[in-house]
Write a protein that binds this ligand. Structure first.
Ligand SMILES: [Zn+2]
Length: 617
């Protein structure tokens, strides 16, 4: 069986300062070329067994405890994790198959290396095995941040050349003699003999109990720097601290505690597993209890490079979800705790492990892949978060005044209706081929516009769920009666498990969804009519629904222990049980083809686009 292997970029969220934008675009393209390399791995990895994460011995056999923690994005939540005898907590819950790990790979490889399939597979397996569970010694999951540094001003003396004195300070942070961060203030250029107070926001992530060196320098006209002060501090408590000696300069530095977004990641993976279990009867994303590896602060050099301001899912085994630690310039890592954003990544795993080869991450199939991830994410959000859920993805976390990355209920208003270079989010089309549509063949532009053109399916799913009316970009007026999320999420899962093909496009998806609606509710059902109706609304069907019903292409009869199929010679006959599990695939002979099935069972027979349900007696 074929498996799609691709690294699915989810967000293209780049909230860096604007000066970085062009460089970040370059990164985007390089990630795509990495994507291409992964695809060649296809056949090699499909035969390999997914790597199982093995807990270090010291964590084995620990009991699962529930702890209330303060997540950044989801608020106070009860989280399931393990506790060792020494009180250490790790974000591991084998019962719910969720392992929240530190994604800091150690490798000599870089993303620019051309490596063999085997090397890349071995690399991926090894970083999963070597990843550490996110751990906290005392259950206090916050981390520290150097928030602000200020100097209270100084009077020039012998160490400062009055003739060239400007109000320019440089704040400089080091660890073990290695530069980490610096930033400077700018005065108005006038000569001064007393430098006024100045403060600067730093927002630099500190490791607990590590010691850092903070330097304050004064820069004169002509760029000459004088070190005014240098001292060491340890990140162990929050507060505002004076510089330890004010011989020449008075000032302070402020350290604050920041919630740890690993808690959000662990929470969302946990609850998303609960959603798929309770709503779809699934045991983890592959229905075989696979562990969900979620890497936080992910910076694997091969898969991710330095491009840490994004979230992604690997659709090759071993499957994993990864979130970066935010832009290295802005450190806006808390963005990655957003529930729907993480549930989107999880849904990529569901598609990738559907047993049918998932969806290729380019062109129209790539757009459908992003759309399914968006729609399943929203369905998860509504089930878990109920009244707090909505139809937007990453709403309120993109910064820069952009309200969301995507709005399924109004794709043209995704990203607030404007292209946002800082978050790389965009207005999307709501009509196939309409406004904001990207040529799916343009591989140099978001792999064929996969994060644009998903808007069409997203809107189809929204209309089918909630209903709506309007005029699409083809100037056709439409009206769709919503059938409700409980039905649309079932329909979507049925499509994922029974109808997806790796290179599916919108036209095939329309037919697949109509077949799925017939499986679930019958051809004469209201649900079927609205599925077709919604496709008309988004411009994928150009006629009204009834005309689009596919004509029967085969006949099927029940016989004792067999079904007899009358279909065109060489057509593929697929047989499924009512759970959607694939039972048989047989090539039709001329005339009648007999296929053995269990007595007293009900099976679904599929030939081409046509599907029938048969009771076998
Ligand atoms: Zn995605």
């Amino acid at each position: 069986m074929r498996k799609t292997i691709s690294f699915v970029l989810a967000l293209f969220m780049v909230a860096g300062i604007s000066a970085q934008t062009s460089a970040q675009y370059d990164e985007l393209i390089q990630v795509r070329s990495n994507n291409g390399k992964a695809k060649e791995l296809n056949t090699c990895l499909s035969a390999s067994v997914p790597v199982q994460y093995v807990l270090p011995e010291e964590y084995e056999g620990k009991t699962i405890v529930e702890r209330e923690v303060d997540t950044y994005y989801s608020g106070k939540k009860t989280l399931r994790m393990q506790q060792a005898e020494d009180g250490t907590y790790i974000l591991v819950d084998p019962e719910r198959c969720t392992y929240t790990l530190e994604g800091l790979a150690k490798s000599d490889l870089t993303r620019y290396d051309v490596v063999s399939d085997e090397t890349l597979a071995a690399h991926t397996a090894s970083f999963i095995k070597n990843a550490k569970p996110k751990m906290d010694a005392d259950g206090d999951w916050d981390f520290f941040e150097l928030k602000q540094v200020g100097v209270l001003g100084f009077e020039a003396n012998d160490s400062v050349d009055l003739d060239t004195c400007r109000m320019n300070y440089i704040f400089w942070l080091e660890k073990d003699g290695k530069w980490l961060f610096s930033n400077q203030t700018y005065g108005d250029g006038s000569l001064v003999d007393t430098v006024p107070p100045v403060e600067m926001l730093i927002n630099y992530h500190l490791d607990r109990d590590s010691t850092y060196t903070l330097k304050v320098l004064h820069r004169t006209y002509g760029g000459k720097e004088t070190e005014l002060y240098s001292f060491d501090f340890t990140a162990s408590e929050s507060g505002r601290f004076q510089f330890p000696d004010s011989n020449l300069i008075d000032g302070y530095y402020e350290i604050s505690r920041v919630p740890n977004h690993a808690l959000d990641v662990h929470y969302v993976m946990n609850m998303t597993n609960v959603y798929y279990k309770e709503v779809h009867g699934r045991n983890s994303f592959d229905n075989a209890g696979a562990p969900v590896y979620a890497f936080v602060d992910f910076n694997d050099p091969v898969w991710y490079g330095e491009w840490t301001n994004n979230a992604a899912a690997s659709s090759i085994p071993p499957y994993f979800v990864a979130v970066g630690c935010g832009s290295k310039w802005t450190k806006d890592l808390t963005n990655f705790g957003s529930f729907d954003l993480l549930a989107h990544e999880y849904a990529h795993l569901v598609v990738a492990a559907n047993g049918r080869g998932g969806l290729e991450a380019t062109g129209e199939s790539g757009a459908l892949n992003e759309a399914i991830a968006d729609c399943m994410s929203v369905a998860t959000d509504f089930y878990i978060n109920k009244d707090n859920a909505n139809w937007q993805i990453a709403d309120g976390v993109t910064g820069n005044g952009i309200p969301n990355m995507r709005d399924l209920s109004n794709p043209k208003m995704s990203s607030g209706g404007v292209f946002s270079p800082n978050t790389l989010s965009y207005p999307q089309p709501d009509t196939y081929g309409g406004e904001n549509w990207v040529d799916p063949k343009n591989q140099n532009y978001d792999n064929g516009g996969i994060h644009f053109n998903n808007g069409v399916f997203n809107y189809w799913f929204y209309l089918l769920t909630e209903g709506g009316s309007g005029i699409n970009d083809n100037e056709q007026s439409y009206e769709v009666e919503g059938i409700g999320m409980q039905k649309t999420e079932k329909l979507l899962m049925h499509i994922i498990l029974n109808y997806l093909t790796p290179r599916m496009n919108y036209a095939k998806m329309r037919i697949a969804s109509q077949s799925a609606a017939i499986d679930l509710w019958g051809e004469k059902s209201e649900e079927y009519a609205q599925v077709a109706n919604a496709w008309f609304a988004v411009g994928v069907a150009d006629k009204t629904p009834v005309d689009n019903v596919e004509t029967k292409t085969f006949n099927v009869y029940s016989a004792k222990g067999n079904i007899i199929v009358e279909a065109e010679e060489n057509e593929i006959i697929d047989v499924y049980n009512l759970l959607g599990q694939h039972l048989a695939s047989v090539e039709a002979q001329s005339g009648f083809t007999s296929i053995p099935v269990a007595n007293n069972s009900v099976v679904i027979v599929k030939v081409g686009k046509d599907t029938r349900k048969v009771v076998v007696k």
